[in-house]
Design a protein around this ligand. Structure first.
Ligand code: NAP
Ligand code: CA
Ligand code: CA
Length: 263
């Protein structure tokens, strides 16, 4: 895709993301929470409205672009063909409901299966992270540098402790410097992207949880793989790690040496 066209799409999407600053406060004021599969699986009017508004934005400005997103069925979409946006309208819904902090909007733009633009908008802290294929990664317009190597013994690592067996959790804690988990796949990944965490693991993400991370990883020299250290399929997702290159193999060695993990 030509740079001018990419810039035009980038400017348009950034302008759309900026409109959220005016919209989200009133959505939160009237927040209505419902459950999906179980009492911990939450969705709110904030998630649904943001997704709807982005769908309207695409229909108006880029009618040939398709939306593959969490709060819709996606049955008739081939994510590998044409212009496709993958969206998690709110990643960290539990944090939104319980804390009104540590949630984000995830957007990944794929052209014929290749990631070309990615955004993670940390709305509560007004930090917009973006990556452009071939042009690096930025936060609020300032370049993000490739993280320094972090060996596992110096690294903070992040995962959901409900899905890793106790023995493996202890081995990961013994092998690393420490454990933290923000509770938003996008924002836990951002910590790796900024060189703060060594790695983040999610054993069961969907395409929208990890759509943006591909491009940040390739632009910044990070590792993003399955937990078997193979290539990840963006259209299917599944068990994943995003990692500083210096501790990627060491984390996977521990993760795969014990009783493993649950999905
Ligand atoms: P949470 O606060 O609900 O979610 C933390 C992060 O994980 C968010 O990015 C969330 O995305 C995502 N997520 C939510 N449900 C998930 C699932 N079933 N599998 C993978 N990622 C998921 O997390 P929690 O309160 O600790 O746990 C809620 C449930 O989700 C539990 O059943 C837990 O086992 C499961 N979970 C599993 C993993 C995993 O690595 N397999 C990770 C997190 C949570 P949204 O905010 O967009 O939903
Ligand atoms: Ca999510
Ligand atoms: Ca979500």
């Amino acid at each position: 895709m030509e740079k001018a066209q990419l810039n035009y799409i980038d400017d348009s999407v950034i302008a759309w993301l900026e409109t959220l600053d005016d919209i989200i406060p009133s959505l939160i004021k009237e927040m209505v929470t419902s459950t999906k599969q179980n009492r911990f699986d939450l969705v709110t009017n904030v998630d649904k409205s943001i997704q709807q508004k982005f769908e309207q934005f695409l229909a108006q400005h880029f009618p040939e672009h398709q939306l593959f997103a969490e709060e819709k069925s996606n049955v008739d979409i081939n994510a590998r063909q044409g212009h496709v946006w993958i969206m998690d309208p709110i990643d960290g819904t539990t944090n939104l409901v319980k804390q009104q902090e540590d949630y984000c909007i995830i957007l990944g733009y794929f052209v014929d299966g290749e990631p070309v633009l990615s955004y993670i908008y940390d709305y509560p802290h007004r930090k917009l992270y973006k990556a452009i294929k071939g042009y690096g990664a930025y936060v609020n317009g300032e370049p993000i540098l490739e993280p320094e190597p972090i060996d596992l013994q110096e690294a903070i690592i992040s995962f959901n402790s409900l899905v890793i067996n106790d023995e493996t959790i202890h081995d990961l804690q013994d092998g690393s410097f420490g454990y933290r988990c923000i509770g938003s796949c996008g924002l836990d990944s951002i910590r790796v992207i900024k060189g703060q965490f060594g790695a983040h693991i999610n054993t069961n993400p969907k395409p929208w949880d990890i759509a943006a991370q591909f491009l940040f990883s390739s632009e910044l020299g990070l590792k993003m793989t399955t937990l078997d250290n193979t290539a990840l399929d963006f259209a299917k997702a599944g068990p994943f790690i995003i990692s500083n290159p210096a501790c990627h193999e060491a984390v996977l060695a521990i993760l795969n040496s014990g009783k493993g993990y649950k999905k």
